[in-house]
Design a protein around this ligand. Structure first.
Ligand code: GDP
Ligand code: MG
Length: 163
């Protein structure tokens, strides 16, 4: 079985855009409305000598397992627990939000290794958010742009030890 990378983060940070870039096809639904990815999507990434399974997770808003968002969160948590590494995406332009911090706390408490990336950082737009993300206590965040394909080689360098 291929090693697995689970992309996790709050709605609208660019998880599905990154998934599509890594997998090389438009598999995941990209949408301006937060939380549009309704189910787990999986694909295979092959690049610069690495080959791994990618999961585009959906939802981390609601703790109540009786609701749809709550079930999505349970799916996300299960995907991260089963993954070889979690790719924690934040929005480099918006910086850290309370939900980012909550997800960060949950990731810190778990056993899955974590790589943090500040997305939407084309040019130097994401530098403030990238620096803020040090406060998550999950290592050195890198700046990427899923939409423009920037920082992807750096990202692979960070993933390499885990896949
Ligand atoms: P998700 O909810 O985390 O899966 O986020 P999506 O992939 O659906 O993206 C949410 C929005 O952010 C869409 O409008 C994307 O076009 C936009 N987006 C994603 N990646 C980037 C990026 O690298 N730069 C910029 N400027 N926008 C991005
Ligand atoms: Mg999505």
């Amino acid at each position: 079985r291929l090693p697995t990378v689970a992309i996790v983060g709050r709605p609208n940070v660019g998880k599905s855009t990154l998934f599509n870039r890594l997998v090389g096809r438009k598999v995941a639904l990209v949408d301006d409305r937060p939380g549009v990815t309704r189910d787990r999507r999986e694909g295979e990434a092959k690049l610069v000598g690495l080959e791994f399974r990618v999961i585009d997770t959906a939802g981390y808003e609601d703790e109540d397992p009786q609701t749809l968002p709550g079930r999505m969160r349970q799916q996300t948590e299960a995907a991260v627990r089963d993954a070889d590494v979690a790719l924690f995406l934040i929005d480099g332009r918006e910086g850290l939000t309370p939900l980012d911090e909550e997800i960060g706390r949950w990731l810190r408490a778990g056993k899955t290794p974590v790589v943090v990336a500040a997305n939407k950082a084309e040019g130097r737009a994401g530098e403030t958010g990238r620096l803020e993300a040090y406060a998550l206590g999950l290592g050195d965040p890198i700046a990427i742009s899923a939409e423009h394909g920037e920082g992807i080689v750096d990202l692979f360098d960070l993933l390499r030890p885990h896949v």
